[in-house]
Design a protein around this ligand. Structure first.
Ligand code: CUA
Length: 336
């Protein structure tokens, strides 16, 4: 019988894809908000478990491929198998080894589950986070003020996080610090955060909760204890007083206009509770829970008609006089 052998042609495309893919993977390093770039105790456990599973999977994959090659190349045509040999092989490689691996992985999983579920000390600092469609309200027990979409914590300390939702299901996730905790209506749930190095960690709602689910991000800012205490003290004090004429006109426009019906600014007549407290809005990392950067241009656009920026959010377009808009921007930007 004649056998025909097809020529193996050089195929550059799969190789190029593989090289390109590896280049993309290098983007995972550095400041990536990935769970595989942990910045805290909780995420370090998750990353450890991930790598354990990865390397076990790799070993099993290599072993299966080696057996496949052995069967195809070296044992082709040889169907004689001595009595008893296959049964012993299947028992060891197909049952005993997988059993040991699965029990070990299950044990490691249970160990990490218990560690992640352990409550922090009773006197641990506490932060209360409430999910709204689509932003996060952040309060500290004992502090009169609130902030939004930004959680400050002291670095190196385990901080208790109490989670509630004001409406639908959300999920609280800071990949670099801690796995997800779902927010369930009518329940108060708890998790904790512990950052081992100072810096900002991006968080995200991880449960689809409506059209602006993607714009329900937040930032965890881990800072040295003294800086954190100073920041928390400001959350108890009245908001910064306007210094310039424009800021004073802005404050007046804010308090006497429609803004005050929904927002509050500590120490002023604005005491609305529908939207975020804006007492430190000038210092926040973004507008609209990660929708746009916090700068004068985006703030002006947001005030005039936030529906063009984040459609569906609770804030209707504002009938602000064109002459008042720069004053409002100047005032809100000054609130740090
Ligand atoms: Cu809240 Cu998705």
């Amino acid at each position: 019988m004649r056998t025909t052998r097809r020529a193996v042609r050089w195929r550059p495309r799969p190789l190029a894809s593989a090289v390109f893919g590896l280049c993309l993977l290098t983007g995972c390093a550095g400041d990536s908000p990935s769970a595989l770039n942990p910045g805290g105790t909780g995420a370090t456990r998750i990353a450890g478990l991930w790598w354990l599973l990865f390397w076990i999977s790799m070993a099993v994959f290599v072993e299966v491929m080696a057996l496949l090659v052995w069967a195809l190349v070296f044992r082709r045509g040889d169907v004689r198998v001595r009595h008893g040999q296959p049964l012993r092989f299947v028992t060891i490689a197909g049952a005993a080894i997988p059993f040991v691996i699965l029990v070990a992985v299950y044990g490691a999983g249970l160990r990490d589950l218990a560690a992640l579920g352990a409550a922090p000390d009773r006197d641990a600092p506490t932060v209360e986070v409430t999910g709204h469609t689509w932003w996060w309200e952040v309060r500290y027990p004992g502090a009169s003020g609130a902030t939004a979409n930004e959680i400050h914590i002291p670095v190196g300390e385990r901080v208790r996080v109490r989670l509630r939702t004001d409406d639908v299901l959300h999920s609280f996730w800071v990949p670099q610090l801690m796995p997800k905790t779902d927010l369930i209506a009518g329940e108060t749930r708890e998790t904790w955060l512990q950052a081992e190095r100072a810096g900002s960690y991006r968080g995200q709602c991880a449960e689809y909760c409506g059209t602006q689910h993607a714009h329900m991000a937040f930032l965890v800012v881990a800072q040295p204890r003294a800086e954190f205490d100073a920041w928390l003290a400001r959350l108890n004090a009245p908001a910064r007083q306007p210094q310039t004429d424009a800021e004073r006109r802005g404050e007046q426009a804010f308090v006497q206009g429609t803004c005050a019906a929904c927002h509050s600014i500590r120490g002023t007549g604005a005491q609305g509770t529908v939207g975020p407290d804006l007492s430190n809005v000038g210092s926040r990392w973004s507008i609209g829970a990660g929708a746009v950067p916090n700068d004068a241009g985006h703030l002006g656009g947001w005030i005039a008609n936030s529906q063009t920026v984040k459609p569906g959010n609770a804030m209707p377009p504002q009938p602000v006089e064109a002459a008042r808009l720069p004053d409002l921007i100047a005032y809100l930007r000054s609130l740090e």
